[in-house]
Design a protein around this ligand. Structure first.
Ligand code: C5P
Length: 221
C-alpha cells in the first residue's frame, strides 16, 4: 500500500464556475464543469488529506469524505475561502471565477424596452481569490491554474510570479480535445525551480498525477 502522502494535511480547492446576478432571474457565468476541481478533491482525499471543496454551481457528486461548501458568486467564494484559510495547508484554485460582476444588480426583473434595440450593463472587477489568499502573511502552499491559447510557459510563469503562487498548472485551451467541459486534459506544471509535463489523460488520472506532484513540492518547501 502506498504511503498516505497527505495524511492529515488540510487541502482547500475552489471549483466550478461562479454566477454573477444581473437581476433575480438572470446571471453571467461560464462553461466550467468543475470536473478537474472535484477530481483533485478526490485525489487529495485518496492521499489522506482533509479536503474542502468550495464550489460554484455544478452537476457533480461530491467525492466521499470531501466537505463541500456551495457558493454562487465570486465574492461568496472569496468569503468562504477566507473563512477556512487559517486551517488550510494547501490551497488549489481550480475555479473559473467570473472576472467581472454586474455593478448594480436589479432588484426586479429587467423589462425589455420597445424604444431601444440596445441595453448596457456596467461591470466591475471581481476580487482575485487566489491572489488574495497568496497575499496573506500566513499563506498556505498555493497552486493556481492558467488557461492559455499561446506561449503557455511564458504566460503561466508570469502569472505564477504576479499572483505569488508556489505552483501553476497550465493548459492550452486552443486544443479542442482538452480543458473546459471536456473529459480529458493535459497540463504543463511549473514551480519556481522546476517544470513537469503531464500528458493528455482523463481528468481523474491527471488529477492524481498533479496531486502527487503538489504533495511532493509541498513536502519539499
Ligand atoms: O488571471 P486568471 O483568471 O487567468 O488566473 C487563473 C487562476 O486564478 C486560476 O487558478 C483561477 O482559479 C484563479 N482566479 C481566482 N480569482 C479570480 C480569477 C482567477 O482565484 N477572480
Amino acid at each position: 500500500k502506498a504511503p498516505a502522502l497527505l495524511k492529515d494535511v488540510n487541502v482547500m480547492i475552489t471549483a466550478g464556475p461562479t454566477r454573477e446576478a444581473i437581476d433575480p432571474v438572470r446571471y453571467i457565468s461560464n462553461h466550467s464543469s468543475g470536473k478537474m476541481g472535484f477530481a483533485l478533491a478526490a485525489a487529495a482525499e485518496q492521499l489522506g488529506a482533509k479536503v474542502t471543496v468550495v464550489s460554484g454551481p455544478v452537476n457533480l457528486t461530491t467525492p466521499a469524505g470531501v466537505n463541500k461548501v456551495a457558493v454562487n458568486t465570486a465574492q461568496q467564494m472569496l468569503d468562504a475561502t477566507l473563512n477556512q484559510v487559517a486551517s488550510c495547508d494547501i490551497f488549489i484554485a481550480c475555479a473559473a471565477v467570473a472576472d467581472y460582476r454586474v455593478a448594480d444588480v436589479a432588484e426586479q426583473k429587467i423589462k425589455k424596452t420597445d424604444n431601444s434595440d440596445e441595453m448596457q450593463l456596467r461591470l466591475v472587477k471581481n476580487p482575485d481569490i487566489v491572489a488574495t489568499i497568496a497575499g496573506l502573511a500566513n499563506k498556505p502552499f498555493t497552486v493556481g491554474f492558467a488557461a492559455e491559447t499561446q506561449d503557455v510557459a511564458h504566460y503561466a510563469q508570469d502569472k505564477m510570479a504576479r499572483k505569488n503562487l508556489d505552483m501553476i498548472a497550465a493548459n492550452d485551451v486552443s486544443k479542442p480535445e482538452q480543458g473546459f467541459n471536456s473529459e480529458q486534459n493535459a497540463l504543463s506544471v511549473f514551480w519556481p525551480t522546476g517544470h513537469q509535463q503531464l500528458d493528455l489523460a482523463d481528468k481523474s488520472e491527471l488529477a492524481q498525477q498533479l496531486m502527487a506532484l503538489i504533495a511532493k513540492q509541498y513536502a519539499a518547501q
